[in-house]
Design a protein around this ligand. Structure first.
Ligand code: SF4
Length: 203
């Protein structure tokens, strides 16, 4: 817990440092990054994704619209609803602020391949457990994906399989936010999670 809290402290201080240079609050930055990565979305989806209330998301979006970083579009699926999308200026700013703090990048670079793969696997398990408890929104990660086949290969370096690209891969390539993710149903997610968290036996 102490270690996670130290890393959280670094990320928070980076968020506030960015706020000083960009004029965006951390919530506004998160919304802009989400829209730049995922494309147009309704306010409800934005609030769910970044785990804030709808009024908080609405206030942040209103500020982004005033600053010229986000615009409103009519929702093609519902004439009474609107979707939000980043303007060109918003996309540029999102790209500039998507960079991780140098200190954190340096610390990850210092890990060897095995440590990095182990770290990503542990992180995936933690996020999956938090998601199962409803503490964070569902992520577009391998362990919740209908294409994921965990621990199906005997190769210890690449035990998992992605049915979308029909290829084996290892823990170092687990995805935490994949654009090709298709959410598996509850029974398939549970089965996948059980196979993923069970230590494979490699002969
Ligand atoms: S489609 Fe993406 S999230 Fe799904 S298993 Fe393949 S790499 Fe993982």
């Amino acid at each position: 817990m102490t270690g996670l809290s130290r890393i959280g402290m670094l990320l928070r201080s980076e968020g506030w440092r960015q706020a000083e240079t960009t004029g965006l609050t951390p919530t506004q930055s998160q919304i802009l990054a989400y829209l730049a990565a995922r494309g147009p979305a309704r306010i409800g989806a934005i609030a769910t994704e970044i785990a804030v209330t709808q009024p908080t998301a609405s206030d942040a979006v209103a500020a982004l619209v005033r600053k010229g970083y986000v615009e409103k579009l009519r929702d093609p699926e519902d004439a009474r609803a609107v979707r939000l999308q980043p303007t060109d200026a918003g996309k540029r700013l999102a790209n500039e602020t998507a960079v991780w703090p140098d200190a954190l990048l340096g610390a990850v670079d210092a890990l060897d391949d095995g440590d990095r793969a182990g770290f990503l696997k542990a992180l995936t398990k933690m996020i999956g457990a938090l998601q199962a408890r409803g503490a964070i929104p569902v992520q577009r990660m391998c362990v919740t994906c209908a294409h994921f086949r965990p621990n199906v290969h005997s190769d210890a370096a690449a035990p998992h399989h992605c049915a979308f690209v029909d290829a084996a891969f290892g823990d170092a390539s687990l995805r935490l936010d994949c654009g090709d993710h298709v959410e598996a149903d509850a029974a398939a997610r549970l089965e996948s999670w059980t196979c993923f968290t069970r230590e494979p036996v490699h002969m």
